[in-house]
Design a protein around this ligand. Structure first.
Ligand code: PD2
Ligand code: ZN
Length: 292
């Protein structure tokens, strides 16, 4: 779990101290809001001046602290547990390789998340249900044809088959996030020339349709793009802010998370045009709350 000590959090801490709250009271309020104890202590140590006035016993902790789980800066997000820098991860029914890790943006490239048979089965189940991909229309909360996205796609319902349920459970275990906080898996098919221009996967808080979209499951916090085949040329997943391109390898996946719906997460990403061959991916988006 990554929690970021933001300027907003520091300002809140200072305001509490100025209002007469003790260090322990502020620490307790932060923990109650979901901040890990060591992160909260670190934030206090690095924010409060060494000598402080005596706490006022009557002071109440303000209810407006930046909550750690709320999808704002420092929110708890799905996270692959890499604290011991493992080469291999136990995903329950399968062992997955850690191939590449980046911290800012948070990107983890995973090897062997899906077997060849699972990739083939996903493509076969998706093929009869493909239609030109739509994107969420942030003006209204509806869906629209988007010229920046020239793939065909479809959504599976969560748990709709044994295959889908098995993959969803594997993902949930890998990224430490409940199955019911995930959208249904989406499959996309790109022909030569097709691409998905750089975009953010979170919903822009400034768009008028976003409150409607957020009613179902809250913000997106993380994305997992799973590669179901390997196009001969092109079709990488690009992160333009950091010059990263993840090569589409069958069975591998790229995971990235964003603890706030802001470009400062550096999670701008796109699907580069397919130059030769075709490209199949399955995408799983993870939400803040239950996506029912
Ligand atoms: O197909 C991809 O590589 C890709 C790139 C960017 C997929 C998505 N975004 C997505 O499904 O959000
Ligand atoms: Zn995307």
């Amino acid at each position: 779990m990554t929690q970021i000590i933001t300027l907003e959090l520091r300002q809140w801490i200072l305001a509490q101290a100025e209002a007469g709250h003790s260090r322990d009271a502020i620490l307790a309020a932060m923990q109650a809001a979901g901040w890990a104890r060591d992160v909260a202590r670190h934030a206090l140590d690095n924010t409060l001046p060494q000598a402080r006035p005596e706490p006022r016993p009557d002071a109440a902790v303000a209810p407006t602290m930046p909550v750690a789980q709320a999808g704002g800066a420092g929110a708890r997000v799905p996270e692959v547990n890499l604290s011991q820098s493992p080469r291999l991860l136990d995903a329950g029914d399968r062992t997955v390789e850690v191939l590449t890790v980046m911290n800012n943006p948070r990107v983890v490239v995973l090897g062997g998340l899906l077997s060849d048979e699972e990739c083939d089965a996903l493509i076969a189940a998706a093929t009869p249900r493909l239609a030109r991909s739509l994107t969420v229309q942030t003006q209204t909360g509806g869906e629209e044809l988007n010229p920046d996205r020239t793939s065909n796609g479809m959504f599976f319902n969560r748990g709709e088959s044994a295959l889908i349920a098995r993959i969803e459970e594997r993902i949930a275990r890998l990224v430490n996030w409940p199955v019911d906080h995930g959208e249904g898996i989406q499959v996309l098919h790109y022909r030569p020339g097709a691409e998905y221009k750089p975009h953010y996967d979170y919903f822009d808080p400034n768009e008028p349709g976003t409150p409607t979209i957020l009613k179902r499951g809250g913000q997106r916090l993380a994305t997992l793009v799973m590669y179901l085949n390997a196009p001969a040329c092109g079709g990488g997943t690009t992160f333009p802010d950091v010059g990263l391109e993840v090569a589409p390898q069958r069975g591998n996946a790229v995971f990235f998370s964003y603890d706030r719906p802001q470009p400062s997460t550096r999670t701008l990403h796109g699907g580069a045009p397919v130059i030769e061959g075709e490209k199949w991916v399955a995408t799983k988006w993870l939400r803040e709350g239950v996506f029912a």
